[in-house]
Design a binder for this molecule. Structure first.
Ligand code: IFM
Length: 445
């Protein structure tokens, strides 16, 4: 069961909803550049306008208050605050987040900022991006500037959102900005993201701040009992989960994953002292969960985000899927939470994203998204069960508050509990929003 202090929230990110990419001194990010690359984004969509949240945030906060949200997880666009990724603050950019934070607090909604949700200032990418160690140091500098400005009104900070995606989708598969296909650079990026997190945590930790990171984690099972299937599950669990969890919560990279990755690169970029800083950095862990993974061995080499593990295939679990093609299995969330409690005890957990895209239909009397309600209901039941088994789960943020720019898929997939008509920017709470408001009002299911 959920206790009365359980934090009920919803999440978004800057590039996915804000728009206003050239306003008030914002500099270009890697996503502006990537979105302008022909063929990179479905339908040629970009985040130039998105859900126009930059101009409409007062109405959006009023909407959140109407739903009874206790917390709102959003991200800050680094290029609004430091247009070139270093140097002095762009006051107008920072003021936007000051106004947003104050508006949330006025409405009794706890601000949950994430410092980095993928929109790296382009000039930093031009100097090497996350594969370069300097980017981690610039990130800590930026974090300190933000903390200085908002530290009197924000208590819970998240440094990075899903560094696995930044590293392996951004630098190995090229499906995300900056679109590079350099597996060795991706491995370096993963380390420098973790280091950036560790340095930023040092810069913003104070008596009143709680510092966390958000990881996209999953529950991995082998398709069979053949050695190749078991090895595939070990490798994918290693790359998707342990590669990041172990340094953060045990202060060391997992030996088996290092061995897999040595096929791709050396580890000269890991300096003495890095892991100590990374491993001393967490007050809470944010978990993003969408779907489980069923994997098996393969005899055909494929190039994927799982660099160093080409002989792995993702199998079909035969379950219903969302509009993203992701299998729906709330049991995977329960298994994941139980495993985190056992393998990484003592760290408080928050579900910082969970939700689903479906092909919503706007009818004359609203958006009746029963599939999304069922998805959220099932996953919240897993959360309640996990708490019953002693998992220290403290809060849940639905992804997403608003329909938004779904990265390389553009505006096709709709994850919001509030529908956005992109032509008029009209917001319509879906049935799932009303359902979630009722869950919050009752303090549970
Ligand atoms: O939209 C993304 C979000 O930016 C990061 N986590 C997964 C979501 C759905 O793909």
């Amino acid at each position: 069961m959920f206790d009365p202090g359980f934090l009920w929230g919803a999440a978004t990110s800057s590039y996915q909803i804000e728009g206003a990419v050239a306003e008030d001194g914002r500099g270009p990010s890697i996503w502006d550049t990537f979105a302008a690359t022909p063929g990179a984004i479905q339908g040629g969509d970009t985040g130039a306008v998105a859900a126009d949240h930059y101009h409409r945030f007062p109405g959006d906060v009023a909407l959140m208050a109407g739903l009874g949200l206790r917390a709102y997880r959003f991200s800050l666009a680094w290029p609004r605050i430091q247009p070139t990724g270093s140097g002095p603050v762009n006051q107008r950019g920072l003021d936007f987040y000051r106004r947003l934070t104050d508006t949330l607090l006025d409405r009794g909604i706890q601000p949950w900022p994430t410092l980095y949700h993928w929109d790296l200032p382009q000039p930093l990418e031009d100097r090497g991006g996350w594969p370069a160690r300097d980017t981690a140091e610039r990130f800590a500098e930026y974090a300190a500037l933000v903390h200085e400005a908002l530290g009197d009104r924000v208590t819970h900070w998240t440094t990075l959102n899903e560094p696995w995606c930044s590293a392996f989708l951004g630098y190995a598969t090229g499906r995300h900005a900056p679109g590079r296909r350099e597996p060795d650079a991706a491995v370096r990026a993963a380390h420098h993201l973790l280091l950036g997190h560790g340095l930023a945590a040092e810069a913003i930790r104070s008596d009143d701040s709680h510092v966390g990171i958000t990881l996209n984690l999953t529950h991995v099972t082998p398709v069979g009992t053949e050695p190749a299937d078991l090895d595939a599950a070990r490798r994918i669990d290693g790359m998707q989960n342990r590669l990041l969890l172990d340094p953060l919560l045990r202060g060391a990279y997992p030996e088996d994953v290092l061995a897999d990755l040595r096929e791709v690169t050396g580890f000269g970029h890991v300096h003495d002292g890095d892991l100590k800083r990374i491993g001393a950095s967490l007050d809470h862990l944010g978990v993003n969960y969408y779907a489980p993974m069923l994997v098996g061995g393969s005899s055909t080499p494929t190039q994927s985000a799982y660099v160093g593990s080409p002989l792995v295939r993702v199998a079909d679990g035969g379950r219903p899927r969302t509009a993203m093609g992701w299998e729906i299995d709330e049991r995977g969330l329960l298994e994941l939470l139980l495993r985190l409690k056992d393998d990484y005890p003592a760290v408080p957990l928050y579900i910082t994203e969970n939700g689903a895209a479906f092909d919503d239909v706007v009818e004359h009397d609203g958006v009746h998204d029963a599939h999304r309600v069922a998805y959220l209901d099932g996953h919240l039941r897993s959360c309640a069960q996990a708490i019953g088994h002693g998992v220290p789960l403290k809060g849940y943020f639905v992804w997403s508050l608003l329909d938004n720019f779904e990265w390389s898929f553009g505006y096709g997939p709709r994850f919001g509990i509030v529908h956005v008509d992109y032509a008029t920017q009209h917001r319509t709470p879906k049935d799932s929003a009303r359902w979630y408001a009722e869950v919050i009002r009752r303090g549970g299911l």
